[in-house]
Ligand binder design. Structure first.
Ligand code: ZN
Length: 234
């Protein structure tokens, strides 16, 4: 009897481990399915080299207040309101001077990294925060690197609608940026991809095997009932 209890204990520990591994994989999967990480990479790769440190600081502040917080590219912000987003470059003050922020904003506007899209009121000016594939000076840099990629053209890449950013957008566009499960209206910053036939069951990354889903429904579908784990473990 004691042996059997030990056996059951061992089995339960195994199930628990498997379940937590699965959760970890699920998180990675959902995170990869979201476009935001690849946008962040393209900002670091293609936008940073064209900006000064203060411009980068202001850009990330606006990016967070718009795309990350609301899923929209629009944000109202004032020069005065940004004085404490970083220490001064000299390190001698806890605030950035009004002039330095104003210069950074003016330069970001000139480089068409941010655009004024509305009037200025008490809360500040309404800006659109652009992302690299919309920013003229970035597009040049991005095209150069994609030309280099095309030289070693890869047919698998053309057929991969999960890992290739341009292809992912085609899935979202086909589905009208709506979650397949709950029909919630999404943006390219909140939409994720879900495999109809899971990769673990032989599904591929073709256009036909992918659908648009919100992060919630995607995770929900991925969380298999505990009974599945128990049956699999037996
Ligand atoms: Zn949904």
């Amino acid at each position: 009897m004691k042996d059997k209890i030990e056996q059951i204990k061992g089995l339960l520990a195994e199930i628990e481990k498997e379940a937590s591994d699965e959760l970890g994989q699920q998180f990675t999967k959902n995170y990869n399915a979201l476009e935001l990480p690849s946008i962040v990479s393209s900002i670091v790769e293609y936008l940073h080299p064209l900006l000064t440190p203060y411009e980068i600081t202001v850009y990330w502040y606006l990016f967070n207040k718009s795309i990350v917080n609301t899923g929209e590219q629009y944000v109202r912000a004032s020069t005065r309101g940004m004085s404490t987003i970083a220490k001064s470059g000299s390190g001698q003050s806890d605030e950035i001077s009004y002039g330095a922020i104003k210069n950074a904003i003016d330069s970001l506007k000139k480089k068409e990294v941010i655009l004024i899209v509305g009037d200025t009121n008490r809360e500040g000016t309404l800006y659109k925060v652009s992302i690299p594939d919309e920013i003229p000076i970035c597009k040049e840099l991005m095209q150069k690197s994609s030309v280099e990629e095309v030289l070693g053209i890869d047919i698998n890449k053309e057929l991969d609608f999960y890992n290739v950013a341009e292809n992912r957008l085609k899935v979202f566009e086909r589905d009208g940026y709506k979650c397949h499960y709950c029909t919630k209206q999404l943006t390219r910053f909140s939409a994720t991809l879900d495999h109809i036939q899971p990769v673990s069951k032989g599904g591929d990354n073709s256009l036909e095997n992918l659908i648009t889903a919100c992060l919630h429904c995607n995770a929900e579908r991925g969380n298999k009932p505990v009974m599945d784990f128990i049956v699999n473990a037996l």
